[in-house]
Design a binder for this molecule. Structure first.
Ligand SMILES: CC(C)(COP(=O)(O)OP(=O)(O)OC[C@H]1O[C@@H](n2cnc3c(N)ncnc32)[C@H](O)[C@@H]1OP(=O)(O)O)[C@@H](O)C(=O)NCCC(=O)NCCSC(=O)C[C@@H](O)CCCCCCCCCCCCC(=O)O
Length: 694
């Protein structure tokens, strides 16, 4: 509900995490209170920044909670305590700061707002008024009457086009040790026009004429009068009295009902029930995502023992998730079964069985027989041909890929994979289901690996080639982490597990018994191939889960990565076996080879029409691989470096490594350079092939 972390050593960053709009539910208020206590009592913390996750500061009080008994820490004392604190608190406002969200911003000592942020008090549309000090503080800040934009009014201290949170952290560091008294809005005196009574009377008349019989706007005017004529402690009391009258009024109930009715009416959905086949890690996560948004789920496994394990894990996840969100667990939405026949009435099925085409085809054939003709059939394959699966069904137009990322109930990204025969309605339904589950859904074409995994291959390949040439996993990771990734490629691979890639390489004939015995060393299928990842896996080292991978860990599942002499030894033996003279490799080369190869594949994807636009690729990398947001994503990063430079460096590296096709500059990159390097938003105009659905 709120994340607490220390940034720049001395700034406590409190991030509200209550999707979709970070409404200040009782759980959020509780988390804010706890985080503030932590920040104020920690001597290392000199300033605090409050922001909201996913581009939204806070949409105000959780209106749903108004229907029941009020629980959790009350907002007014919580906000008063923030304002009274002795450390500067800065609000970093992106998206919306509405109602209670705006009130939260007003008690912060400084406000940094993104230029597109929206601040305001829409309470009156809900039949109430801003009753957490909003009427009293805003007027003290901007006076009566007031009109114009926030910066001019002095509501915000800085407007930015950048990431508001990062700007706020820098701002907070500068605010340390500055006096706070004048920053406490409740301590200010309201600036009033001399003809206050006449002004308020005129406004009252207008309101009565425009909205006859409506109570909330009139109560707001009374609260304004209180702000103008009373000290804060009396004004806030008056605000509370007015709220108490409105809060339980039929008008407030009706208006709040309208708010939700309007949104419910817009929610025409095909998907009320779904099935998940396979209760491994992914299947369990997907099942939780579905149930979380009220979809009833039939969960299927092939064996009794697996079903029982899956059931217990799902229940545990649901209970933990519900506790975290302060709601009750929706266990009643679940049914667990061993029989596909139970799926005959569901609206949608997501297949999450083992990544084996023959097995998946059998499942899809069976689904074709048991499900009603309108049921959508989705696969969570991470790279297999969605159209080949569609081809074994009686409804290829209703087959689509829904590629979740692990852990599925946490990771925001969803790739909706459009096969050539998937209908527009099918794709639209999968996209809207993704949105409903709170995912960032991106439609992609049906090619091996789709977008994220297809691009990951050249990125990881470069990293392993650099190992062959003399680098260590630590050196490569450090260079990428300095670039901004939370984890370098090897630490990330250890976290994800090395065995999946190993199995995929075996299935593609790159390793194992299918390898052509005639192929020269370190070459497969006509191109350079690094054997080191396979050798690591052959030793049973699959990453964190086995206690060792590219690094060693203190235990299975450990997260503390330490350089492993065994890997160092393996690298040295490998290099001497293949006569490779190790060389010193610069961080610049590491970053360029990994990231330019990544972006180059992105250009290839655009050219093949497998992603609609560079922004889609960047969003996939921001939400599906933790690409550093301040770099914008791989395609934006390439544009910032300069496409001409990217092209030159790729040409240089390809010349040095002609057996690595991924380093050969893509024709689209060349075209963009040749036609004067248009901005990212215009690249689409230069793409010839476009997937019919994208
Ligand atoms: C934020 C928006 C602009 C976003 O718009 P968008 O179009 O992007 O998305 P949607 O509108 O579809 O919304 C998405 C989704 O989110 C839900 N939602 C949005 N806002 C809220 C919210 N505030 N609470 C709960 N849920 C919200 C929405 O329903 C959608 O859900 P779905 O399931 O359909 O996907 C736009 O959403 C928007 O404008 N939201 C409303 C913003 C707003 O009005 N905010 C003000 C809220 S009221 C408030 O903040 C009050 C505070 O001032 C004061 C609180 C103090 C309380 C003290 C109570 C004292 C009572 C005293 C009485 C005592 C008497 C007694 O003893 O009984």
């Amino acid at each position: 509900m709120a994340r607490y972390e220390l940034v720049k050593r001395s700034v406590a960053l409190i991030t509200l995490t209550n999707p979709p709009v970070n409404a200040s539910s009782s759980a959020v208020r509780h988390a804010i209170a706890k985080s503030m206590k932590c920040a104020l009592s920690d001597p290392e913390v000199t300033a605090v920044v409050i922001c909201g996750e996913n581009g939204s500061f806070c949409g105000g009080a959780d209106i749903r909670e108004f229907a029941g008994p009020l629980k959790g820490p009350p907002l007014v004392p919580l906000l008063d305590a923030i304002e009274a604190g002795e450390k500067p608190v800065v609000a970093a406002i992106e998206g919306v700061a509405l109602g209670g969200g705006f009130e939260l911003a007003l008690v912060c000592h400084y406000r940094i707002a993104h230029s597109k942020a929206r601040l305001g008090f829409p309470e009156v549309t809900l039949g109430i008024l801003p009753a957490a000090g909003g009427t009293q503080r805003l007027l003290r800040l901007i006076g009566i009457p007031a009109a114009a934009i926030s910066l001019k009014l002095g509501i915000v201290d800085q407007v930015t086009e950048q990431n508001a949170c990062e700007v706020a952290v820098e701002f907070a560091l500068r605010a340390v040790a500055k006096p706070l008294l004048s920053r406490r809005v409740s301590m200010l005196t309201t600036r009033c026009p001399p003809d206050l009574d006449a002004l308020l009377d005129a406004v009252t008349m207008q309101v009565k004429k425009k909205a006859p019989g409506v109570m909330a706007p009139l109560a707001c005017i009374q609260a304004v009068r209180a702000a103008a004529t009373m000290p804060y402690y009396k004004g806030i009391k008056r605000e509370g009295e007015l709220m108490a009258t409105l809060f339980n009024s039929g008008q407030a109930w009706a208006l709040q009902y309208c708010f939700f009715a309007q949104r419910t009416a817009g929610k025409w959905t095909l998907i009320r029930s779904a099935a998940v086949i396979g209760l491994g890690t992914m299947g369990r996560g997907i099942a939780v995502c579905l149930a979380r948004v009220g979809i009833s789920v039939i969960a299927v496994e092939s064996e009794k023992k697996l079903l029982e394990t899956g059931r217990q894990m799902v229940i545990g996840m649901l209970e933990r998730d519900a506790k975290r969100r302060g709601v009750s667990a929706s266990l009643n939405l679940f049914k667990f079964t061993l029989s596909l026949h139970d799926l005959k009435d569901v609206d949608l099925v997501i297949e999450v069985v083992f990544e084996d085409m023959a097995l998946k085809k059998r499942v899809f054939q069976e689904l074709s027989k048991v499900c009603r003709p309108a049921t959508l059939l989705c696969t969570n394959t991470s790279g297999l041909d969605v159209d080949a699966l569609a081809g074994v069904t009686d409804r290829p137009h209703l087959v689509v890929g829904m590629h979740f990322f692990s852990p599925a109930h946490v990771m925001k990204l969803l790739e909706v994979v459009c096969g050539p025969r998937s209908s527009s309605e099918t794709i639209a339904t999968a996209m809207s289901l993704g949105k409903r589950m709170g995912k960032v859904s991106v439609a992609v074409g049906n090619c091996p690996g789709f977008v994220r995994n297809r691009m990951l291959k050249p990125y990881i390949d470069q990293a392993t080639f650099l190992l062959e040439e003399g680098a260590t996993p630590e050196q490569i990771d450090k260079a990428l982490e300095d670039f901004g990734f939370a984890m370098g490629v090897f630490r990330m691979s250890d976290l994800a597990g090395l065995d999946v890639g190993w199995r995929v390489r075996k299935e593609s004939g790159l390793n194992g018994s299918d390898v052509d015995p005639e192929s020269p060393p370190r070459r497969r299928q006509g191109r350079r191939y690094c054997l080191i990842p396979d050798m690591v896996c052959e030793q049973g080292r699959f990453g964190q889960k086995t206690g060792g991978g590219w690094y060693m860990y203190d235990k299975r599942g450990g997260t503390n990565a330490k350089p492993d002499p065994l890997i160092q030894n393996l690298l040295e033996t490998y290099r001497s076996k293949y006569g490779i003279q190790p060389r010193n490799i610069s961080n610049q080369e590491i970053v360029e080879r990994c990231l330019f190869a990544l972006a180059n594949e992105g250009f290839g994807i655009l050219e093949d029409g497998m992603a609609a636009r560079p922004e889609d690729i960047d969003v996939i990398y921001l939400f599906g691989y933790g690409f550093p947001r301040h770099r914008g994503g791989p395609m934006f990063y390439a544009s910032m470096v300069g496409l001409e430079r990217v092209l030159k460096r790729l040409e240089h590296y390809h010349q040095a490594h002609p057996d690595v096709p991924h380093l050969k500059p893509s024709p689209l990159l060349k075209t963009l350079v040749a036609c004067g390097i248009p901005p990212v938003q215009k690249w689409r105009e230069h793409i010839k092939t476009m997937h019919s659905h994208l």
